[in-house]
Design a protein around this ligand. Structure first.
Ligand code: ADP
Ligand code: MG
Length: 484
């Protein structure tokens, strides 16, 4: 595929998780837990005579996202009617924004294979979500709980040149939304939805080629699979001398394949016009400044802090800040007095391994039984020399993970307290040396590596509980005495 190049632009719909809907007091409810049509009012149902009122909190969340994505926030923005008819849209039009969006000209930094890249964000505009249709054999069902939920649409420029870049962008954007606390990022519930616009071109083509748009992507993993599939399909078409027709595609999870939903014969005609029932929104500079001053630290900034102030490597800092929940867990360890590098190391190796084995996503780390407080308890015992690293890693941690017990309790029950008394260790060393004369002779003959075998036997005799530093020191001393 050498001469072909992939071009992707992402359109992202993120619900703003406010208490009430975009244009009424109707509550916003969990789409999975709430009974269908339990959170609807006259406005969500598009009853004639109802009038919308702008949700200030939703606007504020939208501005937060715009600022976090390095966008300009124009002083005036305006809602517009996007006219189309569909059963999930009872009014016959969606209130959206058209030529005066909430935010524009931003960017997101991504990193693929260690190389940073700036992806331009064209715009972000506020709109209302539609209802949710469920098609079944008996007919189609519609749930209007979602109708009118504040929705921010974030549109990238076609700056993503591989599925890996699209994935990095999607993950970064989701992470930022979570850091801001405006969206849970739960794609399975549809609160965050990605649509990928995909085209391919020859490296030396001056212009972009025709694109298709993939919808129905319910996870980032599926988005990557769908992009790979679609890129291969388009290249195959061009190689056969055919063309790519503009189309809306869907990812069919069961078939692991792209399905064409419809070909776009001509551009959609939404007959946008300014929403007559709403005033233009003046976004004062003072309001923007006030929102800016309340923004939490975002992943890039936190990563820099972890490097500059805690001495972590850029790599570790990146891994620890990629998810807000992980960064919070890490900071809780540091806050409990655990040295930053030690905390980073244990977290990214041991805890991540346990999460992987249990198939728990890293962003769920805040709700595992091994709380940061409890894990800090274990690391404190290691730091104080009460137990050694290997007992902590191999015996205490796995039991903490499954039993939810405290480290101290497990150490006491299993008698794992570390032996660091030089006199006690000295006796054992003496005995092991006496029992292993052959090894000692080889050591004295200049085979230095033998010391590791002796060390292992001494640790075995101490049932793994010896303080490694003391054991090594006493062993070296005793061997030196033997030489003389
Ligand atoms: P509109 O919705 O007005 O048609 P565009 O077509 O310009 O807007 O862009 C919609 C999305 O498609 C954007 O995310 C953009 O980056 C992306 N896009 C536009 N052209 C291409 C292309 N040739 N290949 C891949 N993505 C594209
Ligand atoms: Mg839209």
């Amino acid at each position: 595929m050498g001469e072909w190049m992939t071009v992707i632009g992402l359109e992202v719909h993120a619900e703003m998780e406010t208490a009430s809907k975009m244009f009424s007091r109707c509550p916003v409810v969990d789409s999975v837990e709430a009974a269908p049509n339990s959170a609807v009012d006259a406005l969500s149902l598009g009853m004639p005579g109802t009038l919308p009122v702008i949700n200030r909190q939703a606007m504020e969340y939208g501005i937060m996202v715009g600022l976090a994505l390095n966008c300009e926030i124009p002083p005036i923005n305006q809602f517009a009617r996007k006219n189309y008819f569909y059963p999930d849209l009872p009014k016959g039009y969606q209130i959206s924004q058209y030529d005066r969006p909430l935010a524009s000209h931003g960017h997101i930094m991504i990193e693929v294979d260690g190389a940073p890249k700036r992806i331009r964000v064209r715009r972000a505009h506020m709109e209302e979500d539609t209802g949710k249709l469920t098609h079944s054999l008996g007919g189609s069902l519609v749930d209007y709980n979602r109708a009118g939920v504040p929705l921010l649409e974030i549109v990238s420029e076609p700056d993503l040149y591989s599925a890996a870049e699209a994935e990095a962008y999607a993950r970064k954007l989701r992470s930022i939304l979570r850091y801001l606390g405006v969206n849970s990022g739960d794609m399975s519930k549809g609160v965050l939805r990605f649509e990928a616009n995909v085209s391919v071109k020859h490296k030396d083509d001056a212009d972009l080629r025709e694109r298709t748009e993939i919808k129905n992507l319910n996870s980032i993993r599926n988005m990557v699979k769908a992009i790979d599939y679609e890129v291969a399909r388009q290249i195959r078409l061009y190689r056969r001398g055919e063309t790519v027709k503009p189309a809306t595609l869907g990812w069919d999870e069961a078939a692991q394949a792209i399905q064409v939903q419809r070909y776009k014969e001509r551009a959609d005609e939404y007959r946008y016009f300014p929403e007559p029932d709403l005033p233009v929104v003046e976004v004062s500079r003072a309001w923007v400044e006030q929102i800016k001053s309340k923004l939490p630290a975002l992943p890039d900034e936190l990563q820099r802090q972890f490097v500059d102030e805690l001495g972590l490597s850029a790599y570790d800092a990146g891994v620890l800040t990629a998810e807000k929940a992980v960064a919070q867990y890490f900071l809780a360890l540091v806050g409990a007095g655990i040295e930053a590098k030690v905390a980073a190391n244990w977290l990214t190796t041991d805890v991540f391994r346990l999460l992987n084995a249990a198939e728990i996503e890293r962003d769920a780390i805040g709700s595992i039984p091994l709380s940061a407080q409890r894990f800090a308890g274990l690391l404190a015992l290691v730091q104080a020399g009460t137990i050694n690293q290997s007992s902590a890693r191999k015996q205490v941690l796995p039991e903490m993970w499954t039993s939810g017990k405290d480290a101290r309790q497990i150490v006491a029950e299993r008698g794992l307290a570390q032996v660091s008394d030089a006199a006690v260790i000295g006796d054992i060393v003496q005995k092991v040396l006496a029992d292993n004369e052959a090894l000692v002779t080889r050591y004295l003959a200049g085979n230095d590596k033998v010391i590791n075998a002796l060390f292992g036997r001494i640790m075995g005799a101490l049932r793994g509980k010896g303080d490694p530093a003391v054991v090594r020191r006493v062993l070296t001393e005793k061997l030196a005495e033997t030489t003389r």
